[in-house]
Write a protein that binds this ligand. Sequence first.
Ligand code: SF4
Length: 289
Amino acid sequence: MKNRSAETATILQENLSRCTLCPRRCGINRTAGQKGYCGTGPRPVISSFGPHFGEETVLVGHGGSGTVFFTGCSLRCVYCQNYDISQLHQGKEITIEALAEIFLRLQARGCVNINLVTPTHQIAAIVPALLKAKDEGLRLPIVYNTGGYDLSETLAMLDGLIDIYMPDMKYADSSAAAQYSDAPDYPQVNQAAVRQMHRQVGDLVIKNGLAVRGLLIRHLVLPGNLAGSEQIFDFLAEQISPHTAVNVMDQYRPCFHADEYPPLNRRPTKTEYETALACARQKGLRLIQ
Ligand code: SF4
């Protein structure tokens, strides 16, 4: 496994010279200073890290989830709640060694997992940092916390390195994905990614109240049913697993450019949220909060 992981790190690093790590497939040379859609170079760029107590209960425990927020994103959601990090690129470039040290510091502080927030476009830097940290004693489950716009081929290289996949499923409909996240292929890319993730880690496993392995879907209910909640739950129940763990989230609020895109200029109504939640329940999915 160790040799295969080192080989994966090399392949990912080589990919940077003609980057096709995410579905944008920019094909540019990040090691030569070129920047693609994500606006990120070859080295890690982070905005913050620390124990986080606002995640799902099964990720928090007593010590908190050891979150590392990566700067930049391969999506451009008009309503992004972290737009200053994802689209305005607030953050600091660090080294792979420093990132490994951060993972170890989070473990030393008592965090119950390492939670990689928006890792997709920085995965070539994250993997060697994880390998170094694991060599130096990192034992915590690794959480891949993503917007869900991930290439199945890139995810396949992470097999054995990631314990918990936590992707968003944002849209079932291509035109909504195009209009609000500039990603018309989001639904099919996202479904292929979720298939790959589940193939690797299976359904969510919880021990002593903490998630240790598996797939945990996040679905943010959007106003006017823009997210296509029912189709997403159908897909999960019928094509992934009827036991898929899902967090049906009610915290959407207008941010960034949302006011220009009604009905994204309002919160979902109580009825809209409860309809989506009832639908997930009716499909038999495992609800997590
Ligand atoms: S990771 Fe960045 S540079 Fe690479 S394909 Fe995606 S958006 Fe383009």
